[in-house]
Every structure is written in structure tokens, then in C-alpha cells.
Design a protein around this ligand. Structure first.
Ligand code: C5P
Length: 242
């Protein structure tokens, strides 16, 4: 059965992070490590967690092409299976990231990481986009345009709110969609606003869902994850990627 859940391992310490990966890995597609734990512990945490699970290294690269190409190459060598980068870095930056993966593929014969594009940060309001970025577009239009650029630039998929999936799926065909903002029925929303249940997100076309606090803050993380797995116990047409 396909595993849909990417666990957002946003806990405080390396010890906890590795322990969660160990306990949950049987039901996970991957573990997502973000910039906080990576900054605190460095590549070592990736090495320790990859003993148990595939890795989504969520550092959202956004820099000049040469820097991103080499960072992607190093992340591939570290064993990351998914990486995130900002579409706003532009086409040249994204093409350079693809070159970084290609170099890794040529050297090792392995597939290397899937490159996942972030379009518009969900934390940006319409006012932020207008006044801080001086961009005269609605967030949703901007996301659509950036998605087009991302796919044309060789990205393997998009990270998107579960509310955008249906439209996105039409736009990007069989490229990957990973959705955060997932809340099982009855779970606390925490600071997420535009949420969907695991079942809704998968039904709408997400290839993977990112779930953090509903699992690691629950009284019984293993059981909570099992419930999500049961809820999403259906096969979909899109291919399994990892
Ligand atoms: O704890 P929770 O399930 O809300 O975790 C969601 C994860 O997805 C966090 O690591 C968060 O940083 C990330 N994320 C998000 N919304 C986005 C992009 C990433 O919640 N738009």
C-alpha cells in the first residue's frame, strides 16, 4: 500500500527527532527536516534519521544559480530524497538545481532528490504581496504563474495548500504535489488556517501530505498516524515516486 504521510519532524531536540523517526517510520513516506533542526544539528541529523526513513530536506533554497546547484548536489550526497526551493529564485536558479541533481545521478547512478517548488508562502497576505513585494497580483494568480515557470524549469513538483490541489492537478498533470496544512477531523488547527483532512487532500489529488503537530503533539503519536493511514487507505492512479 502506498504511504502518503511525510512527517514534519519539528520537535526541539535531535534525540526526539530521531526517536520519532524510528517509532513512526513503518507508516511514513518520509521525514521532513526543516531549517531549525538543520541549523542546530547540521548534516548529522539527516544521517541519523535516514537510517529509519526517507528524507525531505526542507531548506527552501533561494540564491544565485551556482550556489543552488552546488547546495543541491551536496544535499543529494547527504541522502535527501526531496528538497524544496523557491520558484522566485527564477528559471536559471531552478535549471541549476536540476544540474546539481544530474551531476549526482551521473556520479552515483542513483535517482537523487525530487525538487519541490514553493510558489507563494502561505504566510504572505494580499497586503504583504502588494506593499512589501510590490507585486500587482492576487496570491492565487501569482501561484499559478509561478507553478508554470517551476514545471517548465524542470521541477519535479509543487508544495501547495490542499485547497489548491484540484486546480493544480489540472495545471501540472502527473508532477508531484505535496500538501501541508493537514488536520485529521477533531485535531487542533494550531496556527494553520486553510486546512483539509488527510482523506480530502488525497482524494483531491495530493501525492503526499505533510503532517507535524497533529502527530507529535498527540497523546499517542503511533496511533494517530495509524488512524491517518487507515483514513487514506485507497490506491490512486498517480504513480508512486519513492
Ligand atoms: O505541524 P504542522 O502539521 O502544521 O506542520 C506543517 C509543516 O509544513 C511545518 O513544517 C511547516 O513549516 C510546513 N509548511 C506549512 N505551510 C506551508 C509550507 C510549509 O505548514 N505553506
Amino acid at each position: 500500500m502506498k504511504k502518503y504521510v511525510i512527517f514534519a519532524d519539528d520537535v526541539e531536540t535531535e534525540e526526539e527527532a530521531v526517536d520519532f523517526a524510528r517509532r513512526l517510520s513503518g507508516n511514513l513516506a518520509a521525514v521532513k527536516i526543516g531549517s531549525i533542526l538543520f541549523t542546530k544539528y547540521g548534516p548529522d541529523i539527516i544521517r541519523k534519521i535516514s537510517v529509519y526513513a526517507k528524507i525531505f530536506l526542507d531548506l527552501k533554497y533561494h540564491d544565485i544559480p551556482n550556489t543552488v546547484e552546488n547546495a543541491v548536489y551536496q544535499a543529494a550526497r547527504l541522502g535527501a530524497n526531496f528538497l524544496s526551493l523557491h520558484t522566485l529564485g527564477g528559471r536559471k536558479m531552478m535549471r541549476a538545481a536540476v544540474k546539481g541533481v544530474k551531476r549526482f545521478q551521473d556520479e552515483t547512478g542513483n535517482r537523487g532528490p525530487f525538487l519541490m517548488a514553493v510558489t507563494v508562502l502561505t504566510s504572505l497576505s494580499a497586503a504583504d504581496i502588494a506593499s512589501d513585494l510590490n507585486i500587482p497580483y492576487q496570491a492565487s494568480d501569482m501561484a499559478m504563474l509561478l507553478t508554470e515557470t517551476a514545471i517548465k524549469s524542470g521541477m519535479d513538483g509543487i508544495i501547495a495548500s490542499p485547497h489548491e490541489i484540484r486546480q493544480l492537478r489540472r495545471q501540472i498533470g502527473n508532477k508531484l504535489i505535496i500538501s501541508p496544512g493537514i488536520r485529521p477531523k477533531g485535531a487542533s488547527k494550531f496556527d494553520q488556517r486553510r486546512i483539509a483532512t488527510p482523506k480530502e487532500a488525497i482524494e483531491n489529488g495530493a501525492d503526499y501530505i505533510v503532517v507535524g503537530r497533529p502527530i507529535y503533539k498527540s497523546n499517542n503519536p503511533e496511533k494517530t498516524l495509524e488512524k491517518i493511514v487507515k483514513e487514506t487507505n485507497f490506491e490512486r492512479e498517480t504513480a508512486e515516486f519513492i
